[in-house]
Design a protein around this ligand. Structure first.
Ligand SMILES: [Zn+2]
Length: 127
């Protein structure tokens, strides 16, 4: 029987909620961004989970677009003093980078599991 976690949308939901990509119930992370050793519900070994810099890259593009765009529009329309820019954009940078980092990493690990993505390996001459 195919559970909802086997579908792409189920994997996306499990990843965004930082849950195990196989059962969708166990916690994925032990710390803020460190995956635990295995799922406490289904026992899935999380050693495959390596999202690398992927989540940070996506968030940097998105956060840069939002913050730089907002700062440019504000500067062109209002020309506020520099302290206003600092007061507005520094907290916004923290919100739009640290906020989505954990769900984005969970999403990438869930998609990695769903698509069975792994590093390329030689198979000893077998085609
Ligand atoms: Zn699990």
């Amino acid at each position: 029987m195919e559970s909802t976690i086997d579908t792409l949308s189920g994997a996306i939901l499990a990843g965004l909620s930082c849950r195990c990509p196989r059962c969708g119930r166990g916690k994925l992370f032990r710390g803020f961004l460190a995956p635990g050793p295995r799922c406490e519900v289904c026992g899935l070994d999380y050693s495959f989970a390596d999202a690398g810099d992927g989540p940070a890259v996506f968030i940097m593009f998105l956060a840069g677009f939002i913050v730089v765009g907002a700062a440019l529009v504000t500067e062109v329309l209002y020309q506020p003093p520099l302290w206003v820019h600092a007061a507005l954009w520094l907290p916004l940078i923290l919100i739009v980078t640290l906020g989505p980092l954990r769900p984005m990493k969970g999403l990438m690990i869930a998609l990695q599991y769903h698509h069975k993505a792994a590093e390329g390996r030689f198979r000893g001459g077998q085609p």
